[in-house]
Write a protein that binds this ligand. Structure first.
Ligand SMILES: Nc1ncnc2c1ncn2[C@@H]1O[C@H](COP(=O)(O)OP(=O)(O)OP(=O)(O)O)[C@@H](O)[C@H]1O
Length: 261
C-alpha cells in the first residue's frame, strides 16, 4: 500500500479565543477524492487554508508527500518553516475559492500564465501554450482575451480552476466553489470537476454543501463538527447510514431543506 500524500497530525488552530480546529488528524491517499462536509463554522475551510499555507497552525504537524509543511528538518531537528520552504511546498497544492479571486485587471490568459511565469520562470510562450490547453479543458479557450468582469460566475470559476492547475499541483483543494453561483451555472463547474476526476490522477479535497455531488464524486466523506472529524466513511455509509448522532442531525436538516443527498 502506498504512503499518504497528506498526513495531518493533531493540529490545532485558534482565532483569538475561538478554537477552530482541535487536535484534528487525517490522512489522504494519493489520487483520493475527499468530500469535507459539516455545519457552518466547523473548520472545513480553515483546514483547506492551512494546507494551502494561507493560515498558520498553533500546534501539531502536517506532512505532504512525507515532507513537513510547517517545519524544516535541519540536523535531525524540526525547525519552523521559512518562507522559501513554504513557497516550495505550496507548489504541490492548488486551491479554488468560493469567490474566484481572479486578478481583475488581467485578462483570462494572463490570470493563468502569471503564476508559472513568476514562480517557476516559465517563458511566456510555453506558459501561454499550457494556459490555452487548460482553458480548453475548462471550456474557456474562446474567452482567453476577455477580462474577468466580462464573464459570468461559472465562467470565472472555470478560469480560476485553470489558473490553479497551471502550476501542475498534485493536490487540488476546492472550497465551496459553486456556493456563489446562480443555480443554472452550478452544473458547468461541477462538470469540470468531474472531468478532472476522470482525466487526472490528482488528489482532490472538496468542501461542499452540494451533498448530491459529494455523494457521487467522493471516495470518502469526512464529517466535520466543532473542529473535529466526527465521522468518516464511504459516501453510502455517511449519507445513507450515518452512525453518529451529530451526522444524523446534520443530514436530517439538509434533507428537510429539500436537498438531495
Ligand atoms: N481569519 C479569521 N479570523 C477570525 N475568525 C475566523 C477566521 N477564519 C475563520 N474564522 C472563524 O472560524 C470558524 C470556522 O470557520 P471555517 O470557515 O473553517 O468553517 P467552515 O466549516 O468552512 O464553515 P462554512 O461552511 O460556513 O464555510 C468560523 O466561526 C469563522 O468565523
Amino acid at each position: 500500500m502506498s504512503a499518504p500524500i497528506i498526513k495531518v497530525d493533531a493540529i490545532s488552530k485558534s482565532f483569538g479565543a475561538f478554537k477552530v480546529l482541535d487536535g484534528l488528524s487525517m490522512q489522504v491517499m494519493p489520487r483520493e477524492k475527499l468530500a469535507l462536509i459539516g455545519p457552518s463554522g466547523s473548520g472545513k475551510t480553515t483546514i483547506l487554508r492551512i494546507l494551502m499555507t494561507l493560515e498558520r497552525i498553533d500546534g501539531g504537524h502536517i506532512q505532504i508527500e512525507g515532507d513537513h509543511l510547517y517545519h524544516m528538518e535541519r540536523n535531525g531537528q524540526l525547525l519552523p518553516a521559512d518562507e522559501r520552504h513554504l513557497a516550495r511546498m505550496r507548489q504541490k497544492i492548488g486551491m479554488v475559492f468560493q469567490l474566484f479571486n481572479l486578478f481583475p485587471h488581467k485578462s483570462v490568459i494572463d490570470n493563468v500564465t502569471l503564476a508559472p511565469m513568476l514562480t517557476k520562470g516559465t517563458p511566456r510562450a510555453a506558459a501561454e501554450k499550457r494556459a490555452m490547453e487548460l482553458l480548453d479543458m475548462v471550456g474557456m479557450a474562446d474567452k482567453a482575451k476577455a477580462m474577468p468582469a466580462q464573464l459570468s460566475g461559472g465562467q470565472k470559476q472555470r478560469v480560476a480552476i485553470a489558473r490553479a492547475l497551471a502550476l501542475q499541483p498534485k493536490i487540488m483543494l476546492f472550497d465551496e466553489v459553486t456556493s456563489a453561483l446562480d443555480p443554472e451555472l452550478v452544473e458547468e463547474v461541477l462538470n469540470v470537476l468531474w472531468r478532472l476526476c476522470a482525466e487526472t490522477d490528482m488528489t482532490m479535497l472538496l468542501v461542499t454543501h452540494e451533498m448530491g455531488f459529494a455523494h457521487d464524486f467522493a471516495d470518502r466523506v469526512l464529517f466535520f463538527d466543532r473542529g473535529k472529524i466526527v465521522e468518516e466513511g464511504k459516501p453510502d455509509e455517511i449519507f445513507r447510514h450515518p452512525k453518529q448522532e451529530r451526522t444524523q442531525g446534520f443530514l436530517k436538516k439538509i434533507i428537510a431543506a429539500g436537498h438531495r443527498v
